[in-house]
Design a protein around this ligand. Structure first.
Ligand SMILES: *Cc1c(COP(=O)(O)O)cnc(C)c1O
Length: 399
């Protein structure tokens, strides 16, 4: 079949809830992917940071193969020999006390919402059904009904109501606005350390430290959604480390499996997860032995191959190259580690045209909103590969 044939099948039979670039991929290795005609591209999106360890990492592949031949799913009705070690290793790595494993990122967010509400009723004395969670404008936390209920992006919400109550929206990066929105029924602040989908929006320095203080003063759980920023992407294992703080609840997903399999987790520093009793929450696939074995190896790869440190170094090199551009149509180049955004001014006419040119030059990038390109290659990228990318990106984005 030709590329057009695959595209025609997708268009004919699939729901059109994405607008992908017309490149049909069938192979990946490290930072590279190949299309069905054998053309090679550098992946500069990493499946929204799910393949931080690079495509088809051989060690994770081996762990997956081995576990798949032994035991894949027991449900949590029974125990398995991967779950305990997975919890233990994950808690040691992230300095957490408890883990609740799920599958998708959205499920981890939903789980945290349920846990902090219950905590609010049992521990904080919030009257039944009155718990409030504060979130930030331009957030992205997933696609379920409850999560889009507090999205401020009309494309995500319009036509999907009625929505779940109990959320209040404040501006991102504004600790005073957060403080002003608190009531006695506030149980948590849910926030991304850097807003990825909104276009790599980095809050003002000190913001996370200040909200941490406010949460402590007012008895509020700080939930950081690190599903995109976590596991090395920003040059730290968790982005919270940039401000030297610790969340009460940290949500991870995406790269937790190195892109092999959906694995997410709610990590908790306090006893919030302790409020959940048997039967109150669960998932058939959450915590299955295949997921645990894959995630254990994906975490080992991050640590042993020093991908967090590499993200910091390669991010600096990448950003320095991008900052050398002198195109008056570029408003800003910003980022942390290998989570980098290039924002164009509206008069540039949108970022997608650049993504199409980059594709022809052998780089797969995706615009976020109309005017921003996110560069987030796998963290295994080498200096030579960064330079290879810059040699192609700089001329294209400079005009
Ligand atoms: C991707 C993402 C999610 C949702 O994860 P899914 O696995 O797509 O459900 C939630 N929060 C953030 C910050 C994300 O980037």
């Amino acid at each position: 079949m030709k590329p057009q044939d695959y595209i025609a099948l997708e268009n004919e039979y699939g729901a059109h809830n994405y607008k992908p670039l017309d490149v049909v991929l069938n192979r990946g290795e490290g930072v590279w992917v190949w299309d069905v005609d054998g053309n090679r591209y550098m992946d500069c999106l990493s499946a929204y940071s799910a393949v931080n360890q690079g495509h088809c990492h051989p060690r994770i592949l081996e762990a997956m193969r081995e576990q798949a031949g032994k035991l894949t799913l027991t449900s949590r009705a029974f125990r398995n020999d991967q779950l305990g070690p997975f919890y233990n290793e994950l808690c040691a790595l992230t300095n957490s006390h408890k883990v609740l494993p799920m599958n998708s990122g959205a499920e981890a967010v939903e789980t945290a919402i349920k846990a902090v509400r219950k905590w609010g009723y049992l521990e904080k004395g919030v009257p039944e059904d009155k718990a409030e969670i504060i979130v930030c404008r331009d957030n992205f936390h997933g696609r379920t009904i409850s999560i889009i209920s507090f999205s401020t992006d009309p494309t995500s919400t319009s036509g999907f109501g009625p929505f779940t109550p109990g959320f209040k929206v404040v501006p991102f990066g504004d600790a005073d606005a957060f403080e002003a929105a608190i009531t006695e029924n506030t149980v948590a602040l849910l926030v991304e350390p850097i807003q990825g989908e909104a276009g790599v929006i980095i809050p003002p320095g000190g913001y996370l430290r200040r909200v941490r203080e406010i949460c402590d003063e007012r008895g509020i759980q700080l939930i950081l959604d690190e599903i995109q920023t976590g596991l090395g992407r920003t040059g730290k294992l968790l982005a919270e480390e940039h401000e030297g703080i610790e969340a009460d609840i940290t949500l991870i997903g995406k790269a937790l499996s190195g892109g092999f399999y959906p694995v997410s987790a709610v990590l908790s520093n306090t006893e919030v997860l302790g409020v959940l009793r048997p039967g109150e929450h669960g998932s058939t696939f959450g915590g299955n032995p295949l997921a645990c074995a894959v995630a254990r190896t994906a975490l080992k790869v991050l640590v042993e191959e020093k991908l967090v440190e590499n993200a910091e170094k390669m991010g600096e090199r990448f950003m320095a190259g991008l900052r050398s551009m002198e195109n008056p149509l570029i408003r800003e180049v910003r980022g942390r580690g290998l989570l980098i955004g290039v924002e164009f001014k509206p008069e540039a006419g949108g970022a997608r045209q650049y993504c199409l040119k980059l594709k022809d030059a052998g780089l797969l990038c995706k615009e976020t909103h109309d005017n921003i390109i996110r560069f987030a290659p796998p963290l295994v990228i080498t200096p030579e590969q960064v330079d290879w990318a810059l040699e192609r990106i700089v001329p294209i984005l400079s005009k």
